[in-house]
Ligand binder design. Structure first.
Ligand code: AMP
Ligand code: ZN
Length: 112
């Protein structure tokens, strides 16, 4: 699949609809289309990076931006607690090959 076909790139470029919750110059966050918890938001970099496996040292700031964006969203929503999850690679449960951080909250969530 080429970057041009990447649905998360399309969401970041507003070429595909999504319920956008947060945006800054590097990051976009939107509601997961198939939520696994009452609150399930995906935080993605605008830049196409496939997964944590493809992160490079030069992406250090971008990687922390994802976590800080998730923290801001959680604060805005007044969440008392939440989970942040990266699925990494097919065997880690990653289906969409554009780096994304899952923000999950609203009920006790057990990791498998
Ligand atoms: P992962 O298994 O970590 O790759 O997670 C991909 C997530 O993307 C899943 O939770 C899907 O429900 C979600 N997803 C897939 N397509 C869309 C979409 N068009 N808009 C919002 N979320 C999506
Ligand atoms: Zn992409």
């Amino acid at each position: 699949m080429s970057i041009n076909d990447c649905i998360f790139c399309k969401i970041a470029k507003k070429e595909m609809p999504a319920k956008i919750i947060y945006e800054d110059e590097k990051v976009v966050a939107f509601n997961d289309i198939n939520p696994k918890a009452p609150i399930h938001i995906l935080v993605i970099p605008k830049k196409h990076i496939e997964s944590i496996k493809n992160l490079e040292q030069k992406d250090e700031e971008l990687a922390s931006s994802l976590i800080l964006a998730a923290k801001k969203i959680a604060e805005q929503k007044g969440l008392s607690g939440y989970k942040l999850v990266f699925n990494v690679g097919k065997d880690g449960g990653q289906i969409i090959n554009h780096l994304h951080l899952h923000l999950l909250a609203g009920k006790p969530i057990k990791l498998p």
